[in-house]
Unconditional design. Structure first.
Length: 332
């Protein structure tokens, strides 16, 4: 597969300011040096607890906020989007679009569906003026809505239908990559499955790539080819979805998967549920060494002192854990 996006050492540190003169007294390390890539036609799932840096990562990639450091190389041109000015970035915004978490707040309640979906087309002039309406109808039908819905306002739709409108808007400029920031977390379970199936169909139809952000591992498993697990601003494990769920190698991933309920009651009763001790540490004062060591049942002295690197333990699997390094050294 051909690489579409490569992220290297991405960091976003928000300053903490206090006092009359608003002096910087520290930083919240929301994203603290992460590396991953996205292949063409692939869905990369990005999972983790609330506050781990998933949404900050997505907003950095779209340059909605400016990263503190790092690079993200995009497209066949191998352009580093992190170095572009807002004016230089504009052509690339057409090629990278976003689906937001809350479909209600992300749609302008004063505009009709036709205006919402057609706005990016009109602003970027990607279609002749006479053909804009036909393009809007095509987009609405591609997400399961009707042409007559053009004249209605967002409040007249259900949550799932509103998210379909958001998806149609994201497709309006024929993007190559769509960043979906928890697009089904605000929806009912039955509707979630419909939206996930729709996203899968659209990926095949339009040759899209996704970065799919979620905190629900069962949702990510349904749609993702590979999964990257984040904890406190760092990626701790990246693997293809089947391998990750079958044999997680990082203790944090292991704990997350143990919390996903299984359909078989007998297996569910017999499996071990891993309870993580304590709360997620303060990202302005992360623990030394491995950020997860304060909650890890396997932690040793080296975990408190040295930060593990994200390294390949087997083909296609990368883990940031001293435990996996120890097991590998002993041939386990």
């Amino acid at each position: 597969m051909q690489k579409l996006l490569e992220v290297n050492d991405l960091r976003k540190h928000f300053p903490i300011r206090k006092g009359i003169f608003r002096r910087t007294v520290g930083h919240v390390k929301a994203v603290d040096g992460i590396n991953f890539d996205v292949q063409r036609g692939e869905t990369l799932g990005l999972v983790g607890e609330s506050g781990c840096g998933k949404t900050t990562t997505s907003r950095c990639l779209l340059r909605l906020i400016t990263p503190t450091a790092g690079s993200f190389i995009f497209g066949d041109e191998q352009i580093d989007l992190a170095t572009l000015t807002p004016k230089q970035m504009r052509p690339y915004r057409r090629r990278i679009q976003m689906i937001f978490q809350d479909p209600q707040s992300s749609l302008n309640p004063r505009k009709t569906v036709g205006d919402i979906v057609g706005e990016p087309i009109r602003v970027n002039r990607t279609v002749k003026k006479a053909n804009v309406k036909d393009k809007i109808v095509e987009l609405l039908e591609s997400v399961g809505l009707k042409p007559q819905d053009m004249q209605r306002y967002p409040h007249a739709f259900s949550g799932g239908q509103r998210q379909r409108i958001g998806i149609a808007r994201a497709l309006a400029l024929n993007p190559e990559l769509i960043v979906a920031d928890e697009p089904v977390s605000a929806l009912d379970v039955s509707v979630q499955a419909q939206i996930l199936n729709l996203l899968t169909e659209l990926r095949e139809k339009y040759d899209l790539s996704y970065i799919f952000i979620a905190h629900d591992l069962s949702v990510v498993r349904h749609i993702s080819d590979r999964v990257a697990v984040m904890y406190l601003g760092k990626i701790v494990e990246i693997s293809d979805a089947n391998t990750l769920y079958r044999s997680p190698q990082h203790p944090y991933t292991e704990a997350l998967i143990s919390a996903v309920p299984l359909p078989d009651p007998k297996i569910q009763r017999e499996r071990e549920l891993i309870h993580l001790e304590g709360d997620v540490p303060d990202p302005s004062k992360p623990p030394s060494g491995c950020h997860f060591h304060s909650r890890c049942r396997y932690a040793t002295d080296i975990c408190k002192e040295e930060t593990p690197e994200l390294r390949e333990t087997e083909p296609g699997v990368r883990v940031a854990c001293h435990l996996s390094e120890t097991l590998e050294l002993h041939g386990v």
